[in-house]
Ligand binder design. Structure first.
Ligand code: CA
Ligand code: CA
Length: 434
């Protein structure tokens, strides 16, 4: 018998017939909420007992349920935080992508700006201080090419000076693989690796560099001397210079006996590839040539070019580096001119000193244009200079524009490096890095 007041629903009171069991033998008397005495049939009594058992069990397990609910809440909270974080990262990435796009167009603006400057240059002489550009009185290269502000950012036009650091091996090897895969036919498009120790605002000309595509059996030693000037031994220099000739010439015969390298050499390498037998289309191709190492490549990279791909070698005596002038002068020293390498060195020294002008700094406006009669050359130096004369040019044909666009809000930047033909401003080389 259950004592006390019990509240049951009408539905429960209605009950259902069921089999009578021991638990259902007694009836349950109780009063309704209104105090009316009622009797519940045995089947209903059983249900009430089951209900009370469940309630008691629930009381006992309420702690576990609380823990489960807490865990569910924690998991849901983490999910919400995670989704929120992901969304904020997505928004930041989208903003950076927009920044990169703006940087790209800022760099393109710089490229168009540089082309306009080249058009304005009507001078017949290019010097390091005024290469592809004319400076007004008191104007500097930084005034024209340094940080030109636009709506969302700026661009600057510059070139790298100093030593090249080969700190990006993956890049270099990536280029090698690209060339191998394309079987020497495709165009390389690798971004520039590593940093350079400094920059200078302005444009550069390709004529300040030694053209790999204009090296011949007769003048290949210009490259050989350049490599020695850069600090490497003669054997290395001769091997590379000879192999450069073989890399480009159409025949399959070793130039310079055992020093050159043709198909038989490259096909015997562990990672074999073909000898190109056609002009250089990328500077990084040099890394495929026998004897070339990343170290040598880094040391001569700024002093060699592959433009133009046809024609004879032209070097601008007013813009060429000291090593290039030395390499050219040494190429003509020897018994043919009755001069020595020491004569070549003194000639190059006088050329550099003369063109630097009174302030002795080669890249400034106060510089002078090379003039054979005004440099105080002795007889042997003059002979050497005249031997070099067929290579001399004063107005450069190919100009390199290196421009960086920067979007201010995100700091995203884009770099474009291109070479244009001065005649029609057509683009002969185009590289872009975002
Ligand atoms: Ca050959
Ligand atoms: Ca060949």
């Amino acid at each position: 018998m259950i004592k006390g007041r019990v509240f049951v629903t009408d539905e429960l009171l209605r009950g259902e017939q069921c089999k009578v069991s021991r638990a259902q033998t007694s009836s349950l008397r109780f009063e309704t909420a209104r105090g009316t005495p009622r009797t519940i049939r045995p089947a209903v009594t059983h249900r009430l007992r089951v209900f009370q058992g469940l309630r008691s069990k629930l009381r006992q397990e309420s702690g576990i349920i609380l823990i489960v609910v807490l865990w569910v809440l924690i998991i849901l909270t983490l999910l919400v935080v995670g989704i929120g974080r992901r969304t904020s990262v997505d928004v930041a990435l989208a903003r950076f992508e927009i920044g990169k796009l703006k940087a790209k167009y800022l760099a393109l603006s710089g490229f168009m700006y540089a082309r306009a400057k080249i058009l304005e240059d009507k001078d017949n002489v290019d010097t390091r201080a005024q290469c592809g550009v004319v400076l007004e009185e008191g104007q500097t290269l930084e005034d024209i090419f340094g940080r030109i502000e636009l709506e969302d950012g700026y661009f600057e036009i510059f070139y790298s000076i100093g030593k090249y650091k080969t700190d990006n091996h993956a890049f270099l090897h990536g280029c090698i693989e690209d060339v191998s895969r394309s079987k020497m036919k495709g165009e390389l498009s690798c971004s520039e690796p590593g940093d350079l120790s400094g920059v200078q605002y302005g444009l550069t000309d390709e004529e300040r560099r030694i053209n790999l595509n204009a090296l011949t059996y007769n003048n290949y030693k210009i490259l050989s001397h350049l490599i020695v000037q850069a600090g490497f031994d003669e054997q290395t220099a001769e091997t590379i210079a000879s192999s450069v000739i073989d890399w480009r010439d159409s025949d399959d015969n070793n130039f310079n006996d055992h020093l050159g390298a043709e198909e038989s050499y490259y096909s015997a390498q562990e990672s074999k590839y073909h000898c190109k037998n056609s002009p250089f289309e990328s500077l990084e191709e040099l890394l495929l040539v026998r004897g070339m190492t990343e170290e040598v490549f880094g040391a001569i990279k700024n002093d060699v070019t592959f433009f133009p791909q046809k024609g004879s070698m032209k070097i601008n005596f007013n813009t060429a580096s000291e090593n290039v002038l030395l390499a050219l002068a040494k190429n003509f020293s020897g018994t043919k001119t009755n001069t020595t390498e020491a004569d070549a060195e003194s000639l190059a020294g006088k050329m550099l000193s003369y063109r630097a002008g009174d302030d002795t700094v080669g890249d400034t406006v106060g510089g002078r244009v090379i003039s054979v009669n005004d440099m105080g050359l002795n007889a042997k130096e003059k002979v050497l200079f005249l031997s070099m004369a067929p290579y001399k040019t004063e107005k450069s044909q190919y100009l390199r524009i290196k421009v960086k666009g920067v979007e201010k809000a995100t700091g995203a930047s884009a770099l474009i490096e291109t070479v244009v033909n001065r005649n029609d401003l057509s683009v002969v080389s185009w590289r872009r890095r975002l």
